[in-house]
Design a protein around this ligand. Structure first.
Ligand code: ADP
Ligand code: MG
Length: 248
């Protein structure tokens, strides 16, 4: 498989705090990569660098072999190719579900209202949310809101989907429905990068797991390798702590 996306020797600091230290990761087309690591290890910063919300100090980000971190790149055009969903529900409260989903397709991608509406309703139907199409976000459960946020990201037909702890603000019962939606997108061939604390889900969905510790990639590999045969002391300790907490 060819690499759709690649992070090369990425360095990022905030002031004197080196948050990402020489991070290199390859993301094959149609693969799911799960980023794991303790809180503060740099997962969110990595994802924010990947969609150019943060400036890099050093290194490169390649999308389809094009260096999107190069000076002079059209940021809006790059961001239009990368869908992102973050932890906090970030739907616009004054717009209905359909209006939330059609905003970017209409404004950024030039679709007509009818075309965008049809696409939104088709996606909502496919993912079991048809009856919520004309509701406002505050009438939806957290799980439904987060599914709409993911559908909104997918509606622009991105080349890559970044999901940063999209279930961590949800009750356990609602987590499952969001994870099911993500699995369905993976089955449809979406290339995705997922930061999550749901280790059971990581095992199931990941083609590749990347373990970040203090801003460095300490290990990466298949779920089997990462969970059953950890090599580094740092990963062993991380898995041990999860086990102790009953999360593994
Ligand atoms: P994770 O998502 O793995 O919990 P983060 O990427 O959020 O980790 O944070 C990694 C480190 O970067 C932390 O030490 C955090 O305090 C720091 N950091 C993140 N964002 C900023 C920011 N905007 N300004 C300064 N420091 C930041
Ligand atoms: Mg984070």
């Amino acid at each position: 498989m060819s690499n759709l996306f690649e992070v090369k020797e990425l360095r990022k600091s905030f002031g004197a705090n080196l948050v990402l230290d020489n991070v290199s990761i390859e993301f094959p087309a149609q693969s799911a990569t799960v980023i794991i690591g303790a809180s503060g290890s740099g997962k969110s910063t990595l994802m924010r660098c990947m969609n150019l919300l943060e400036e890099l100090n050093d290194g490169q980000i390649l999308l389809d072999s094009q260096d999107i971190s190069a000076y002079g790149i059209d940021l809006d055009s790059v961001r239009g190719k990368i869908g992102s969903v973050f932890q906090a529900f970030n739907l616009f409260p004054h717009l209905s579900v359909v209006q939330n989903i059609t905003l970017a397709p209409r404004l950024v991608h030039g679709k007509s209202k009818d075309e965008a509406d049809l696409l939104a309703r088709t996606l909502l139907t496919r993912f079991g949310l048809a009856e919520k199409a004309d509701e406002y976000p505050n009438l939806l459960s957290g799980g439904q809101q987060q599914r709409v946020a993911i559908i909104r990201a997918v509606a622009t037909n991105p080349m890559l989907l970044l999901l940063d702890e999209v279930t961590s603000a949800l009750d356990p019962v609602l987590i499952a429905e969001v994870l099911t939606l993500i699995s369905e997108l993976k089955n449809e061939g979406m290339t995705m990068v997922i930061a999550t604390h749901e280790m059971g889900f990581a095992k199931k969905i990941a083609d590749n797991i990347v373990f970040l510790h203090k801003g460095r990639v300490h290990e990466s590999g298949t779920p089997e390798k990462i969970f059953n045969a950890p090599q580094t002391q740092e990963l062993k300790e991380f898995l041990g702590a999860l086990h102790q907490a009953g999360r593994l």
